[in-house]
Design a binder for this molecule. Structure first.
Ligand SMILES: C[S@@+](CC[C@H](N)C(=O)[O-])C[C@H]1O[C@@H](n2cnc3c(N)ncnc32)[C@H](O)[C@@H]1O
Length: 206
C-alpha cells in the first residue's frame, strides 16, 4: 500500500509479516467472525492501514504498547509488526486469543504477549502506549484502562464520527488529556490522541 510504504518505509520482513497476517485474518474469518465480510475487499485500508496509522500518531516510540480488546489483533498486531515494540494484546475471548497466538508463533513475533482475560483481571502495569479500537464506549474504556496509565502514557483511541461528542461527555479532568486528530483512512473518523495519567472513577461512583 502506497501510504504504508511512504510513511514507514517497511522492510521486506515487515511486508511479509503484514501480508501473512492479512492472509491469516481472511482465512480465520471463515471460521470465526473477526471482521465484517463486507470489509474484506477493503482489508488493507479498513484494517491494516487503519491500524498502522496509530504508529504514525504515536510520539512515544518505545516501551510497552497495550492494545485493549484486540480481537484479531487490530490495531495491536499491525502496530507490533511495524514498531517492533513490546506489545500486550488483551482479549477476553478464547478463540480470538488462539488466533492471536497462532499469528504470533507463525510470524515469529517474540515481542508480543497475549493476555487471555477480561481487562478487569489483567495485572496492573505501566503502559507507554494504550490503544483500543471498537473496544467499549469511551467513558467505560477510559475508566477500565486508567490504572495502566502514567504521566507519560500515550493514548491512541480510534473513534468514529461521534468522537467529538463522546469526548465532550467525559469528566473535564479526562477531557483535557485528549485532542482530536483526523483519521488518515476514513474522512468521517477521528482519533482521540492523549498524553498523561488518568485517574479512574472511585468504585460506586459510575
Ligand atoms: C468489537 S471487537 C473489536 C476488535 C478489534 N479491536 C477491532 O477493531 O477489530 C471488541 C473486542 O473486545 C473484546 N472485549 C470486550 N470486552 C472485553 C474486556 N472486558 N476485556 C478484554 N477484551 C474484551 C471482545 O472479545 C472483542 O474481541
Amino acid at each position: 500500500m502506497a501510504w504504508i510504504e511512504r510513511t514507514f518505509a517497511p522492510t521486506p520482513t515487515h511486508w511479509e509479516r503484514l501480508e501473512r497476517f492479512a492472509a491469516m485474518l481472511v482465512a480465520e474469518n471463515g471460521r470465526q467472525n473477526l471482521i465484517a465480510a463486507s470489509t474484506i475487499p477493503h482489508l488493507w485500508v479498513r484494517h491494516i492501514a487503519d491500524s498502522a496509522q496509530l504508529v504514525a500518531f504515536d510520539r512515544v516510540g518505545q516501551g510497552l504498547w497495550m492494545d485493549l480488546g484486540s480481537g484479531p489483533g487490530l490495531p495491536g498486531l499491525v502496530a507490533a509488526i511495524l514498531s517492533g515494540r513490546p506489545t500486550l494484546l488483551v482479549e477476553s475471548r478464547k478463540r480470538r486469543c488462539e488466533f492471536l497466538r497462532e499469528v504470533v508463533a507463525e510470524l515469529g513475533l517474540g515481542h508480543v504477549e497475549v493476555a487471555e482475560a477480561p481487562l478487569e483481571r489483567v495485572e496492573t502495569r505501566a503502559a507507554a502506549t494504550i490503544s483500543a479500537r471498537a473496544f467499549a464506549p469511551l467513558d467505560r474504556l477510559i475508566d477500565l484502562s486508567a490504572r495502566f496509565s502514567t504521566e507519560s502514557t500515550h493514548w491512541l483511541l480510534p473513534k468514529g464520527r461521534n468522537a467529538v461528542k463522546e469526548l465532550a461527555s467525559l469528566p473535564p479532568a479526562w477531557q483535557k488529556v485528549f485532542h482530536v486528530e483526523q483519521s488518515h483512512t476514513d474522512a468521517e473518523s477521528r482519533i482521540l490522541v492523549g498524553r498523561g495519567r488518568i485517574v479512574a472513577r472511585q468504585r460506586g461512583k459510575r
